[in-house]
Design a binder for this molecule. Structure first.
Ligand SMILES: *[C@@H]1O[C@H](CO)[C@@H](O)[C@H](O)[C@H]1NC(C)=O
Length: 142
C-alpha cells in the first residue's frame, strides 16, 4: 500500500478565501493545490530507501519512534482528513482477513516473465503477469 498506491495523482484542495501560506509562500485563493501520495510515500527523508519493500520499517522499536510518527503522518493510501476514503475501514478489515487466508490456503507463484506495469489514470491500474494460486494440501483436521 505504500509502494503501489491506488491513487496516482493529486488529492486536490482549493485554497480558501484570503489565500493561504503553504511552505512559507502565499498562495492566492481559488488555487488548486494538493499532495500526491506517491511523492510523500516515496520521500527518502520520511521513508529511508523508499523503493525497498521493508515491512519491518513499520515496527515500533525504541530507536525510530520519531521516524515512525513521521511515516504515519505521511501515509496517504486512503487520503486523509475530511476526504479520507469512505471505504478505508472495510478495506483494512478485508486486507487483514483475506491476505492471511490466501497465504494460508494457497501456494502462489508468478507465471511467465512479463514486466509489472502500473498505468496512472488517477487510480493506478496494474497490469502484471498472472499470479497463479494453487490450493495447499490441508494437514490435520479442518
Ligand atoms: C474508521 O474507524 C475509526 C475508528 O473507529 C473512525 O474514527 C473513523 O471515522 C472511521 N473512518 C471511516 C472512513 O469510516
Amino acid at each position: 500500500m505504500r509502494l503501489y498506491l491506488s491513487v496516482g495523482l493529486l488529492l486536490e484542495r482549493h485554497v480558501p478565501a484570503g489565500g493561504a501560506v503553504i511552505c512559507g509562500k502565499h498562495i492566492p485563493e481559488g488555487t488548486i493545490v494538493g499532495v500526491n501520495p506517491w511523492v510523500t510515500q516515496h520521500d527518502p527523508e520520511v521513508f529511508p530507501n523508499p523503493e525497498v519493500f521493508e515491512p519491518e520499517r513499520w515496527l515500533a522499536t525504541g530507536k525510530n519512534k520519531e521516524q515512525l510518527a513521521m511515516m504515519e503522518r505521511s501515509f496517504f493510501s486512503f487520503g486523509a482528513g475530511s476526504r479520507v476514503c469512505i471505504g478505508k475501514n472495510i478495506s483494512l478489515i478485508e486486507i487483514r482477513k483475506i491476505i492471511p487466508q490466501l497465504l494460508r490456503d494457497f501456494d502462489m507463484s508468478i507465471e511467465g516473465d512479463k514486466e509489472w506495469i502500473v498505468k496512472n489514470v488517477w487510480f493506478t491500474q496494474q497490469q502484471m503477469p498472472l499470479c497463479v494460486l494453487k490450493r495447499r494440501k490441508r494437514h490435520g483436521t479442518g
